[in-house]
Structures are given as structure tokens and as C-alpha cells.
Design a protein around this ligand. Structure first.
Ligand code: NAP
Length: 301
């Protein structure tokens, strides 16, 4: 059974989160999707990651329509979604370029649209999707406080922020930002170097890791870096008793003391099961560093 992790504010997420960025391409709808959500929550994967914009604004509603088929299920899962990016889309005529919008009005309207899409009265966790060059933290904080006071959003966090951007927003509100969802994997070590991982450890913030399998690139690497990582993952997987490459990757993320929460992206239940299985595996320190070194292309100094 996949364990849960305490995020602060009483929010608990599953240690593995299932992401729905690619949902529109899975051709899984209605009862089939409901079955998948039910199977995942039975194995302890109870948290589902979305964004308003996924699938050209379609994924939240596909998920919500499935959820509505079993009204009892909502109480057993946590819904994470995001706002802040405005795409050029036929659904919103009049937009001519992509922008980021963190105005009070847009944050409230986006959250309310998400609630309608999910057929629910509350979002467990709303993330501000990307840092923006035009961002007024006191206006964002006012929107957070209104949504929280109205019971529409229970918790807030950010995504793709650096520590300074995180502190900038946190400095304007008493509502605790509970996470930062960033790209983290053996292919993406950026947050080990930009201060984010150190900041998470200092503040006891558990980051959510998007694209843990580098969007599938792990299996078909191009170039020296990717081939080096795959070779090392195969070796470590063998040493760990013949586990899969996916399990080795998830295990690498789960081992870290920051409490990294992998956000899986597969549409296949058998592949998501591998992330669940990894919560019971233990990688040793040498194996962890051998994967880290393979990504950096050099040994530790
Ligand atoms: P990922 O797990 O790195 O990649 C998933 C992709 O890998 C899918 O296309 C999947 O295809 C493929 N895959 C998995 N196992 C495979 C295998 N054994 N062989 C070949 N292909 C395989 O995750 P991701 O989808 O890129 O991202 C995960 C989630 O993170 C998203 O759904 C979203 O919720 C979130 N996200 C957030 C941000 C952000 O800015 N905050 C950005 C990107 C993503 P199959 O479906 O066929 O298995």
C-alpha cells in the first residue's frame, strides 16, 4: 500500500501522485477512467495532479465527469490543480498570445472553473503554475485568502518557483505554501544546484517531482548523457534484485530526505503500479550516487 506524506496544514498526499497532463491522449473516459481512479486509490495513490490548461482546458472536465459517476469517491481522493497560464485557445476567443495572469480576477475565475469541471466544492491544493515576470504578490495573496475563506481552496503551493520567488509570495500571506512542484529526475538535477533542494530541507517542504521519467526519454535516450543514465539505471536495477528501470528511478527520488513526491504521467495502470512498488524498495547510497554521477557525466569532486 502506498503510504501518505504529511504536507503541513493537516494536508496529506499520497507518496506517489498520478498526473493527468496527458489524459486527453489516453482515450480513457467515463467508466473506464473511473475504474482506473478506483484501482489507483485502492493501491494508495489517492492524489491526482491537474492544471486548468491540460489538454487545451479539457482534462479537468474529463476527470470530473468520471468522478461524478461515483459521488463517494471524492472524499477518498485529493485533487491538485494549477492556474496562472493563459493559452491561446478556441475556448477563450480574443487571446492572441500566451500570457501569465496572476490577477485577483483571473485566479478566482480559474479556480471556480476548476471546481465546476471537477463537479466538486473544494480543491485540496491549488498551485501557481509558473513564476511570472508580472506578478503582484499582495494581489495573489488576496485571491488566496478569498478562496480559502470561502472554503473553495483548502491549501496552496507553487510550481517551478525558485526559493526567492517562493519566499516573495510567502512573505505576503499567512497561508502556508505547502509545496513547490518542479522537474526532478535523474535527467534533471537543476534543483540540486539552484538552491531549491536546500530550501525545501530548511523549510521542511516536500517537493512534487514532475516528469520523473523525463517524459519517457529514459527508455529511448539520445546522446551520451541519456545513454549513460540508462546504463547505470540498468546496473542498479539488477543489483536491487532485478527491479525495473522505472522502479530504480522512483526509488532514487523517494530515497531523498526532502521527501520528494513523484508525479507519474503514464496512462497505463501496470506502469503506475511500478511507482507504487518502488515505495517498498531501498536503494543504497552508492547506487544513489552512481545514478547522480551518470547524469552529471563525472565523479564527485
Ligand atoms: P513521466 O512519467 O516522466 O512521463 C510519462 C510518459 O512516459 C508517458 O508518455 C508514458 O507513456 C511514458 N512511459 C512511461 N513508462 C514507459 C515505458 N516503460 N516505455 C515507454 N514509455 C513510457 O511524466 P510526465 O507525463 O512527463 O509528467 C507527469 C506529470 O507531471 C504530468 O501528468 C503533470 O501532472 C505533471 N507536470 C507538471 C508540470 C509543471 O510545470 N508543474 C510540467 C509537466 C508535467 P504511457 O502513457 O504509454 O505509459
Amino acid at each position: 500500500m502506498v503510504p501518505q506524506i504529511e504536507m503541513g496544514n493537516g494536508l496529506r498526499l499520497s507518496r506517489i501522485v498520478h498526473g493527468h497532463w496527458r489524459l486527453a491522449g489516453w482515450n480513457t473516459r467515463g467508466k473506464d477512467l473511473l475504474t482506473m481512479i478506483g484501482q489507483l486509490s485502492e493501491m494508495g495513490i489517492t492524489t491526482f495532479d491537474h492544471a486548468d490548461i491540460y489538454g487545451d482546458y479539457s482534462c479537468e472536465k474529463i476527470f470530473g465527469d468520471a468522478l461524478a459517476l461515483d459521488p463517494g469517491l471524492r472524499a477518498r481522493i485529493q485533487i491538485v490543480t494549477k492556474c496562472g497560464i493563459k493559452l491561446v485557445s478556441g475556448k477563450f476567443p480574443g487571446r492572441s498570445i500566451k500570457t501569465y495572469d496572476y490577477s485577483f480576477g483571473h485566479i478566482i475565475a480559474s479556480a471556480e472553473r476548476s471546481l465546476r469541471n471537477f463537479h466538486t466544492d473544494r480543491i485540496d491544493l491549488l498551485l501557481f503554475h509558473r513564476p511570472a515576470p508580472f506578478f503582484n504578490p499582495s494581489e495573489v495573496a488576496a485571491a488566496m485568502e478569498k478562496l480559502h475563506k470561502d472554503g473553495k481552496v483548502l491549501n496552496f503551493g507553487v510550481s517551478n518557483f525558485n526559493p526567492m520567488q517562493f519566499m516573495m509570495l510567502q512573505g505576503h500571506t499567512d497561508l502556508k505554501l505547502v509545496t513547490n512542484q518542479v522537474e526532478l529526475s535523474p535527467w534533471c538535477l537543476e534543483h540540486f544546484d539552484n538552491g531549491n533542494i536546500d530550501f525545501f530541507l530548511k523549510e521542511t517542504i516536500h517537493p512534487m517531482a514532475w516528469s520523473p521519467l523525463a517524459g519517457g526519454k529514459v527508455f529511448n535516450p539520445s546522446g551520451k548523457k541519456g545513454s549513460g543514465i540508462l546504463k547505470e539505471l540498468k546496473k542498479v536495477a539488477e543489483e536491487m534484485g532485478g527491479c525495473t528501470i522505472e522502479e530504480a528511478v522512483y526509488s532514487w527520488l523517494l530515497k531523498h530526505p526532502a521527501g520528494i513526491i513523484p508525479v507519474t504521467g503514464s496512462g497505463r495502470i501496470d506502469r503506475i503500479r511500478l511507482a507504487a512498488a518502488a515505495t517498498a524498495l531501498e536503494m543504497n547510497m552508492e547506487q544513489w550516487y552512481s545514478i547522480y554521477n551518470a547524469s552529471r557525466g563525472q565523479e564527485l569532486p
